[in-house]
Design a protein around this ligand. Structure first.
Ligand code: NAP
Ligand code: ZN
Ligand code: ZN
Length: 352
C-alpha cells in the first residue's frame, strides 16, 4: 500500500478536507497515474451529500481524471511510463456479462466498480481523483491524445462521454435538430459535440445569461426556459432533446417540444423523482429514454473525436482548497463550465 494525499468528505454533507488514503500496490495489469487534474462533476456533489442514497465515507470524489503514467505492472501492454492518460467513472467491471462483452461496461450486470463510492474486487472502497495518485487496471485507463491539454481533457472523462454517447446513439448529425437542456458541465460539452457532429443545436437554459457563450461554443439558437413564449415557439421542433438538468423537470412541457418520433434523452440525475403524464409520449410516438456515461472503447473514441475537432472543456482551474466553494457555485448554476482541480495544490500544502 502507498499513502497518498487527497481531499475527502469525512461524512455526508460535511465539507471536504485534506487527508491521506491508501492506494493498492501496482498489480500486474495496473498503471500508477500521477494525477494532474480532476474535474468536479455534479455527481460528486450528489454523492458527497448522499443525495442519491447511502454512500461510503470518507469519500474522495472525482471521476474526471487526467494525469501521467509513472509506473506500470509487469503485464501491462498498452501504456508506458510518461503516457498521458485519463480515468472516468469506471475502474473495473465483470468483463463477462453481455454488456461488458459489447463494450457497454457502464451497464455491467456482474458488478461494475465505480471510481469512488464503490467497492473494488479486492473488497476495499474505491477513492477518486481529488488525490495525487491513483492505481487503475490498464483496461479501464484511457489515452489522452496529444492535441488536448490535460486540464481541459479531464472533464471529457465524464461530461464528454456522457453527452457523446447518447448524441451518437440517437444519431445527432446533419439535418437533425438537437436541443441541449441545461448549460453546465455536461450541457456545454453536449453543445460542442452536437455541433461537431453537424446537428442544428439549440440551448434551452433557465435564462439568457450564458447566451453569448452558448453561441460561441456552437449553438445555433438559445432560448430561456423561464420565458413561457419559448414553449409556444418551439412546440414540435426537435428530433432529440438531451437533458443534462440536475433537478426535477416538468417532463410534459419538454416532451411537447419534440416532433413526431422525437426522443427526449435524460442524462441528468436529480435526487427527487419526476412526474410524467403518459399522454405526453402517446401523441407523436415519442421516446423517453436515459443514458449513462459510456463504455471504455466509446470513451476512447470520444477523446479522439474531441482531439480531431480541436476542443476540450471550458474550465475554471481551482486550487484544492477551493473545492467546497466550487460545490456551492455548481449548486447555484454558477459554473463556466467545469471546475477543474489542479491537484498539485493538494500536495503543495505539506504533509496532511
Ligand atoms: P451542472 O454543471 O450543475 O449543470 C446542470 C445544469 O442544469 C445547470 O448548469 C443548469 O443549466 C441546469 N439546472 C440546474 N438546476 C436547475 C433547475 N432547478 N431547473 C432547471 N435547470 C436547472 O451539472 P453537471 O455536472 O453537468 O451534471 C448534470 C446532471 O447530470 C447531474 O444530475 C449529474 O449527476 C448528472 N450526470 C449524469 C451522468 C450519467 O451518466 N447519466 C453522468 C454525469 C452527470 P442552466 O444554467 O443552463 O439552466
Ligand atoms: Zn460525472
Ligand atoms: Zn459485466
Amino acid at each position: 500500500m502507498t499513502t497518498v494525499v487527497a481531499y475527502a468528505a469525512p461524512a455526508a454533507k460535511a465539507p471536504l478536507e485534506r487527508t491521506t488514503i491508501e492506494r493498492r500496490e501496482v498489480g500486474e495489469h495496473d498503471v500508477l497515474i500521477d494525477i494532474k487534474f480532476a474535474g468536479i462533476c455534479h455527481s460528486d456533489i450528489h454523492q458527497a451529500r448522499e443525495g442519491w442514497g447511502e454512500a461510503i465515507f470518507p469519500m474522495v470524489p472525482g471521476h474526471e481524471i487526467a494525469g501521467i503514467v509513472s509506473e506500470v505492472g509487469s503485464g501491462v501492454t498498452r501504456f508506458k511510463v510518461g503516457d498521458r492518460v485519463g480515468v472516468g467513472c469506471l475502474v473495473d467491471s465483470c468483463r463477462e456479462c453481455d454488456n461488458c462483452k459489447a463494450g457497454l461496461e457502464q451497464y455491467c450486470t456482474g458488478g461494475g466498480v465505480g471510481t469512488y463510492n464503490s467497492v473494488g474486487k479486492d473488497g476495499e472502497p474505491t477513492y477518486g481523483g481529488y488525490s495525487e495518485k491513483i492505481v487503475v487496471d490498464e483496461n479501464y485507463t484511457l489515452r489522452i491524445p496529444d492535441g488536448i491539454s490535460l486540464d481541459v481533457a479531464a472533464p471529457l472523462l465524464c461530461a464528454g462521454i456522457t453527452t457523446y454517447s447518447p448524441l451518437k446513439h440517437w444519431n445527432a448529425g446533419p439535418g437533425k435538430k438537437v436541443a441541449v437542456l441545461g448549460m453546465g458541465g455536461l450541457g456545454h460539452m453536449g453543445v460542442k459535440i452536437a455541433h461537431a457532429l453537424g446537428a442544428e443545436v439549440t440551448v434551452l437554459s433557465q435564462s439568457l445569461r450564458k447566451k453569448d457563450d452558448g453561441l460561441k461554443l456552437g449553438a445555433d439558437h438559445y432560448y430561456a426556459t423561464s420565458d413561457p413564449e419559448t414553449f409556444k415557439e418551439l412546440r414540435g421542433t426537435f428530433d432529440l432533446i438531451l437533458s443534462t438538468v440536475s433537478a426535477p423537470l416538468d417532463l410534459d412541457a419538454y416532451l411537447a417540444l419534440l416532433r413526431t418520433d422525437g426522443a427526449f434523452v435524460n442524462v441528468g440525475a436529480p435526487e427527487e423523482p419526476v412526474r410524467l403524464n403518459l399522454f405526453s409520449v402517446i401523441g407523436g410516438r415519442k421516446t423517453l429514454a436515459g443514458s449513462g456515461i459510456g463504455g471504455i472503447q466509446e470513451t476512447q473514441e470520444m477523446l479522439d473525436f474531441c482531439a480531431v475537432h480541436g476542443f476540450g472543456a471550458e474550465i475554471e482551474l481551482i486550487e484544492a482548497s477551493g473545492i467546497n466553494e466550487a460545490y456551492e457555485r455548481v449548486l447555484a448554476s454558477d459554473v463556466r463550465y467545469r471546475f477543474v482541480i489542479d491537484t498539485a495544490t493538494i500536495q503543495s500544502m505539506g504533509p496532511a
